[in-house]
Design a protein around this ligand. Structure first.
Ligand code: NAD
Ligand code: MN
Length: 356
């Protein structure tokens, strides 16, 4: 049996309602998988900041680094006005643990009229998000000018494209084992704007192309899309996409756009992935408008548990969770209010656990 130690960081708002559901599904996995879990409760978020003066305590980072195999992160609230000393703990965590990829599977219910089944793989460490900005007065006295560095490196582009290739192969392996899918062969779409940004996006494009030309990806189809036409195609023909790889900013925008296609933020999971470590994280925020009512959709979190498990090499366990969630959605009897139903969070969790 393998024992995995998982850090639990509920954060704020509905994070405190959905992360316990994530823990429960890990505990409910069938014994035949020979997987055991230990849990460590960890603090981060706005409430933590108000109580202790720091949003991400050193202790949380240290325990994650030294003791944990993976983690689940709920959501954190950010105050609408900037608060001195406060910055997002998840952004800091990605940096401190070098979680270089943000992986977001976006999948509709298989019976949907417009089936969607894609994974967006977003580079998580560079591009415009290096936050090197400056503001100065225009030389001609016409006012201020602000500018930002867009940094693209071969190393980061190569490893993110390689991860996209690995994900495409893994998805094909699952299809080969008989899982129903709208795709028949693996495809990676490289997204960029190299027609305008020939150096930065040009480097991303050529490096990703090279990485995906490796022999082990010989069965993976590779195509390119300029990001603006990508948005058009994403909305018109989302079913054509299998795995999408993008630099940080385009990936951020595409992944929120893709989430809109499947009907609710409450369905869409993600994982922040580095070498040998993964943090599962639902894409939604702390949803203060629905907190404390037992109506938050737990599915984004349950699927995030599965994505985390995939990156901890527990693909069988992940598949069980995906299948149980899909079965709940296909039946459509117990749905949360964001999907037009009346079921409580707790009822949905029970239903999905029963299907494991
Ligand atoms: P949000 O995702 O919290 O909510 C947007 C809308 O979607 C709300 O109407 C909410 O009720 C609904 N929703 C979200 N998750 C749901 C779920 N699981 N089930 C059912 N309905 C759900 O985004 P927001 O309202 O823009 O932000 C609220 C707070 O969350 C802010 O403080 C924001 O800074 C923070 N936030 C955090 C993260 C994060 O931690 N990664 C991401 C986005 C927003
Ligand atoms: Mn975003």
């Amino acid at each position: 049996a393998r024992t995995l130690r998982i850090g639990l960081i509920p954060g704020d708002g509905i994070g405190k309602e959905v992360i316990p559901a994530g823990r429960r599904i890990l505990e409910a996995l069938p014994a035949s998988l020979k997987l055991k879990f230990e849990f460590v409760d960890l603090q981060a978020g706005f409430q933590t900041f108000e109580e202790t003066g720091v949003a991400l305590p050193d202790k949380t980072v240290e325990i994650l680094k030294k003791e944990c195999d993976g983690a689940l992160f709920g959501a954190v609230s950010s105050p609408s006005k900037a608060v001195k000393g406060y910055s997002s703990p998840i952004v800091a965590l990605r940096k401190k643990l070098d979680l270089y990829a943000n992986v977001r599977p976006v999948k509709s219910v298989m019976t949907a009229a417009n089936p969607i089944d894609m994974v967006i793989v977003r580079e998580n460490t560079e591009d415009l998000y290096v936050k090197e900005e400056r503001t100065y007065d225009a030389a001609d006295g016409s006012g201020k000018v602000a500018e930002a560095i867009k940094r693209i490196s071969e190393r980061a582009s190569s490893r993110i494209a390689t991860m996209a290739g690995e994900i495409a192969l893994r998805r094909q392996k699952i299809r080969d084992s008989g899982a129903a899918s709208i795709h028949s062969s693996p495809l990676v779409t490289i997204t960029h704007k190299s027609n305008v940004l020939s150096q930065t996006d040009g480097l991303f494009r050529t490096t990703a192309r090279e990485a995906l030309a490796a022999a082990r990806f010989s069965s993976v189809g590779v195509e390119e899309q300029i990001v603006d036409s990508m948005v058009y195609k994403l909305f018109r023909q989302p079913e054509t996409y299998d795995v999408i790889v993008a630099p940080n900013l385009y990936g951020d925008i595409l992944s929120d756009g893709a989430a809109a296609l499947v009907g609710s933020l409450g369905l869409v999971p993600s994982a922040n992935v580095g070498e040998g470590f993964a943090i599962g994280e639902p894409c939604h925020g702390s949803a203060p408008d629905i907190m404390g009512k037992d109506i938050a959709n737990p599915i984004a979190t349950l699927r995030s548990v599965a994505v985390m498990l995939e990156f901890l090499n527990e693909e069988l366990a992940a598949a069980k969770i995906y299948a149980a969630v899909d079965a709940n959605l296909e039946e459509g009897r117990l749905l949360s209010p964001d999907l037009g139903g009346t079921a409580k969070t707790s009822e949905i969790v029970e239903d999905i656990l029963r299907r494991l």
